[in-house]
Design a binder for this molecule. Structure first.
Ligand SMILES: *Cc1c(COP(=O)(O)O)cnc(C)c1O
Length: 383
């Protein structure tokens, strides 16, 4: 049995998307423009690792985010992996992050041979809690030679990776100040927050580097794809080099000066993304309208809707509501999904997964509270 209001919410979602057919959580929107650019790319035969669309997309993405440099990659996980390496994450170091995140955050940390340290999140922003971060550092960290070490493990704390959950910016200026004070490089997992701003600045511009994702479920997509953004010219050059097999440019010779990665975005995907990026502002306007509609309805029906935090403009990638407890959450998930309205709880907290169970975690009161109550509801751009 669930509250009448929750049943009505399912009906309201069906009305919002004007269908009683299956409603996915987030589906992409394409039209003739995407087809035209992809066809142009195919006709050019430059579908793979070189071509004008990669260059154009990188330029347009830098313009849109206000970052000086953007480097397109094969997916968001690869972008995060390289961002961490370039921030100085290496084997047997520790990386501070949040347990309430998608697995990619911790996978990228693991690819570097490092281990995550889990800090709690804010209930309000869903992102890394500046207070929990400060508490952890006060208790466990010390600075030696302008580097931060964990006093208990003697390992270097090589980076801090907050995540802008569902596009809601976290308190990134506070986190930035703490990281600066403790000499910890800041890398933003901005995979979900393309088009989200904090105090007027696009997310991803607060750290040394940031990763964005263009997976099929994100705000704009290339099927798969990602990007690194940075304001540091040297890091940008290194990022381009290391994601393109570290090949030394030459007309015919194949020389590589370090171990590189084949993490480039194919031109074909970049063509699709050029068309998508042109539509981003319209998509976000549309999504923010839907969020407003949901919010107004939820307010009238005594359901808690997650609004953008103070000082922030969210892309509202995924809308979310908070239910009274885990039982109600489970009952609503059952009911809505049975009606063909896709709904989903947050990810299983990463510190509970078998690969990361042994890693250090601060008390996860807020993350667990959210995990027991939060439900994402359909959020695609309305046609
Ligand atoms: C989507 C996402 C990524 C990157 O995912 P890819 O599928 O590799 O593009 C990274 N972190 C978070 C939090 C994400 O949601």
């Amino acid at each position: 049995m669930i509250r009448t209001e929750l049943k009505n919410l399912v009906t309201f979602i069906q009305q919002t998307y004007q269908t009683s057919d299956f409603i996915p959580l987030h589906e992409p929107r394409f039209n003739e423009r995407e087809k035209a650019l992809v066809m142009d790319c195919i006709d050019s035969t430059f579908v793979s690792s070189v071509g004008k669309y990669v260059d154009q997309f990188e330029k347009n993405l830098a313009d849109y985010t206000g970052a000086k440099y953007a480097i397109a990659t094969v997916n968001g996980t690869a972008a995060l992996h390289i961002s961490l390496l370039l921030a100085g994450v290496e084997r047997d170091t520790e990386v501070i992050t949040q347990a309430l995140s998608f697995i990619a955050t911790c996978n990228a940390i693991s690819y570097c041979g490092a281990e995550p340290v889990f800090i709690d999140v804010d209930k309000r922003t869903l992102g890394l809690s500046a207070d929990s971060l400060q508490a952890f550092l006060n208790q466990y960290a010390e600075i030696k030679d302008k580097q931060c070490f964990n006093k208990q493990t003697n390992k270097r704390i090589a980076a801090c990776v907050p995540m802008h959950t569902f596009g809601q910016p976290c308190e990134i200026d506070k986190i930035q100040a703490i990281c600066q004070q403790w000499h910890i490089p800041l890398v933003e997992d901005a995979a979900e927050s393309l088009g989200s701003f904090y105090k007027g600045k696009h997310t991803g511009n607060f750290g040394k580097l940031a990763a964005i994702s263009f997976n099929g479920n994100k705000v704009i997509t290339a099927g798969g794809g990602g990007a690194i953004i940075t304001n540091d010219e040297q890091l940008a050059k290194k990022a381009k080099h290391i994601t393109t097999t570290a090949k030394v440019p030459h007309k015919w010779e194949f020389n590589h000066d370090q171990i590189g990665y084949n993490y480039r975005m194919p031109n074909l995907n970049a063509a699709l993304l050029c068309a998508q990026l042109d539509k981003l502002e319209g998509f976000i306007e549309n999504k923010r309208q839907t969020a407003q509609t949901y919010h107004a309805w939820c307010q009238q029906n005594e359901i808690q809707f997650i609004q953008e935090p103070q000082n922030a403009t969210s892309n509202y990638w995924l809308n979310a509501i908070l239910l009274n407890d885990k039982d109600e959450q489970q009952a609503f998930l059952e009911y809505a999904n049975a009606q063909g309205v896709m709904t989903r709880p947050v990810w299983t907290l990463l510190n509970q997964l078998p690969m990361f169970k042994h890693c250090f975690a601060m008390p996860q009161n807020n993350a667990q509270w959210l995990a027991d109550r939060l439900v994402n509801i359909p959020s695609s751009v309305k046609i």
